[in-house]
Design a binder for this molecule. Structure first.
Ligand SMILES: [Zn+2]
Length: 321
C-alpha cells in the first residue's frame, strides 16, 4: 500500500489518529512537560462581556491550580480529578483579546495552561427612566449616609469564604422570569448615566425572595440606593445581591441554604415601583444573573450547552432600577 499517510498507518489507525488530532482541545497551548493529561474548558465556551464562566481544569496530579484574568485572581477548588473555578467577565470588560492565566503545580513544577480568549460584545440596550429626584442629586444630609454605606459595602466585599459555599445550580430568587435589563445603559431623569448591573424580576409587593444558592448572609440592612438589601457570600469571591425588599427575614452572619426565604420584595431605595433587583458579583465584576441561572454547576462532565431557563422576558413599560 502506497504510504500517503503518517508512517506505518493503516486505514483504521489513520482514522483514529485523525479523530484524536481533530478532537484535541483547540484551546490547549503547548504540551505541558508532564505525562499527565491536562485540559482547560470554559462554559459557556463563547465569552461575552458580563458572562459568568465555569472554568474546568483537568489536572489530576496537580497540587494546586491558580489563575488570573483581567487583573482578577481566580481561586480554584478540587472536585475529583478536576479543578473548578466560577469566574467571569465584567459587564464593562474591554472587548477583544484577553489572556486567561492558569498555572498548575504538577510534580513540583509550574505548568502554564494560559490561553487567549476573545471577549465578545453582548449588545445590551439603552434606556431612560424617572426616579425620585433625591436619587439623582442626593440631598446634602444623605451624602454622609451614602459615603458611610459605600465603606460598609467595600468591607463586605473585601472578604469571602476560601471554599465554595454554593452547591449545585443557582435557582431564580422569585418564581418569575428576569427582564432583559442586565447591562442596559440608562439615563436617570435625563441626567445620570449608568450601566444596570443586575437583573430585574417582576415581583408584586410582598413576594417571598429566596436564596439562589447556599452561603452566608454578609449584609442585611437598609441602604440609600439599594433599599432593604441582602448580600450573600457564596465563597471564593462570589456574591449575590437582592435589593428593594419591603422586609428582611435574615440576619448578618446567618448561613442560608438554597431556597431559604431572605425577605419580601418591595419598593425601597431607588426604584420606580415594586420589583426585585438581583445582582451577581464575582471579585468586583458584575455578571449576568440569567446566565448564572443557566449554568450547569453539577460539576459532572461538561454537557452540551443548552438553556435550562427560558430567555429573559421582553416586556415594555416597566423601567425599573
Ligand atoms: Zn434593577
Amino acid at each position: 500500500m502506497a504510504s500517503r499517510y503518517p508512517e506505518g498507518m493503516t486505514g483504521s489507525r489513520l482514522r483514529r489518529w485523525l479523530i484524536t488530532a481533530l478532537l484535541a482541545p483547540a484551546l490547549l497551548p503547548a504540551q505541558p512537560p508532564t505525562n499527565t493529561p491536562t485540559r482547560v474548558e470554559l462554559t459557556p465556551s463563547a465569552v461575552i462581556a458580563g458572562s459568568p464562566e465555569l472554568i474546568r481544569v483537568k489536572a489530576p496530579d496537580a497540587a494546586a491550580v491558580t489563575g488570573e484574568w483581567l487583573t482578577r485572581k481566580i481561586a480554584f477548588f478540587r472536585h475529583g480529578d478536576v479543578w473548578f473555578a466560577l469566574a467571569g467577565v465584567d459587564v464593562e470588560a474591554p472587548l477583544g483579546p484577553s489572556t486567561l492565566h492558569i498555572s498548575a503545580q504538577i510534580n513540583g513544577a509550574a505548568v502554564d495552561l494560559s490561553q487567549s480568549l476573545d471577549i465578545h460584545a453582548a449588545h445590551y440596550k439603552t434606556g431612560t427612566l424617572s426616579v425620585s429626584p433625591q436619587f439623582v442629586e442626593p440631598p446634602p444630609e444623605a451624602l454622609k449616609e451614602i459615603e458611610e454605606e459605600s465603606k460598609i459595602k467595600a468591607r463586605v466585599f473585601a472578604s469571602s469564604a476560601r471554599e465554595p459555599l454554593w452547591l449545585g445550580d443557582f435557582h431564580a430568587p422569585v418564581p418569575a422570569q428576569a427582564t432583559d435589563s442586565f447591562g442596559t445603559r440608562r439615563m436617570f431623569n435625563g441626567k445620570l448615566a449608568s450601566v444596570h448591573k443586575g437583573a430585574d424580576f417582576h415581583a408584586a409587593m410582598g413576594t417571598p425572595v429566596h436564596a439562589s444558592n447556599s452561603g452566608t448572609v454578609v449584609l442585611a440592612r437598609p441602604l440609600f440606593y439599594e433599599g432593604n438589601c441582602v448580600i450573600i457570600d457564596h465563597g471564593m469571591g462570589l456574591f449575590t445581591l437582592s435589593m428593594h425588599f419591603s422586609r428582611i427575614d435574615v440576619k448578618e452572619g446567618q448561613h442560608v441554604n438554597t431556597g431559604d426565604r431572605l425577605g419580601l420584595s418591595g419598593a425601597t431605595g431607588r426604584v420606580t415601583g415594586p420589583h426585585l433587583h438581583w445582582a451577581v458579583r464575582w471579585e468586583g465584576a458584575y455578571l449576568d444573573p440569567v446566565k448564572l441561572l443557566n449554568l450547569d454547576l453539577s460539576l459532572g462532565a461538561p454537557k452540551p450547552q443548552t438553556s435550562k431557563h427560558p430567555g429573559p422576558a421582553h416586556r415594555k413599560g416597566h423601567p425599573h432600577n
